[in-house]
Design a binder for this molecule. Sequence first.
Ligand code: GSH
Length: 263
Amino acid sequence: MFRYAVPHLNDTRPGDCDPVLRRYLGDLRRKDAGMIDFYYWTTPNGHKVTLFLEESGVPYRILPIDISRGAQFGPDFLAVAPNNRIPAIVDTAPADGGPVIPIFESGAILLYLAEKTGQFLPTDLRGRTEVLTWLFWQMGGLGPMAGQNHHFSIYAPERIPYATERYVRETGRLYAVLDRRLADRTFVAGESYSIADMAIYPWIVPWHAQQQDLSAHSNLRRWFDAIGARPATKRAYALADTISTRGTLHDAEPRRILFGPPA
Ligand SMILES: N[C@@H](CCC(=O)N[C@@H](CS)C(=O)NCC(=O)O)C(=O)O
C-alpha cells in the first residue's frame, strides 16, 4: 500500500524538495500513523525496498528523490541520508515508541524492516545467518561490481576496455556463484523468500545491459522468473514505471551531477 506524498517531485530542481522533507524533520518527535517515509528513485537499490514494502504490506509513502536532478544533495535529504544516495527511509512509528528513526543504506533498511515486521528474515540462528550472509554478499559484491559494470559499459564518456572487461568478468563470476547456490534450493537462503533475494533480484534485472547471458545459468533463470512473477514484484516495478524518467542519465547535466567532477 503506498501513496505519493509529493508526486510533482519528478520536476524537482536541487533543493526544491527540501520544504517537503523539512515538514517532519523539523520535529523528529512527531509520529505519523505508522507510515514508513521512503526516499526513492527508480534504480536497483531503490527497487530493493519497494520489493519489501509491497511484499509486507507495511504502509508507506514515496518521496521521490530525482538523483538525475541533484535532489540527493538537498540539506534535508542529507539529514536522513548523509551519504547522498537513495534509498533511505524514516520510520515514523518505531517499535520502541521513541522519536522517528532515519535509516540509509539498502541493506540496513531491509534488515530494519525485516526485524520491525518479523517478515522475510528467519529467527533461528542458522536461517538468519544464511540470509544475512547472502544479503552482505549482495551489498559488498554483486551491487558494487554490477554498478561499476553499468558505469563503464553504459555511462562512461569513453570506452576503457580494461575497466569494462574487469567488471563484466567479475559480474559473470558472481552470476556463476549465484547459479551454483540456487542449484539445490528455491531461494538464495533456502526454501523461503527473504531479504537476501530482494537485495539481489534488482541487480539481475539489467542482466542484458551487464553483458550477461541468463540462459547460461538455468538455476538463476528459474529463480529470476519465479521472483519476477510474484504479484508484489510486479507492483513494485509498475510503481517505478509511474515515476521513471528513463534515459535522462544520458543527458549532460544529469551526468555531471552523478559522475562529476563536482561543480
Ligand atoms: N550502498 C548504497 C548504494 C546506494 C546508491 O549507490 N544509490 C544510487 C542509486 S542506485 C544513488 O543514489 N546515486 C546518486 C548519486 O550518485 O549521486 C545502498 O545500497 O543503499
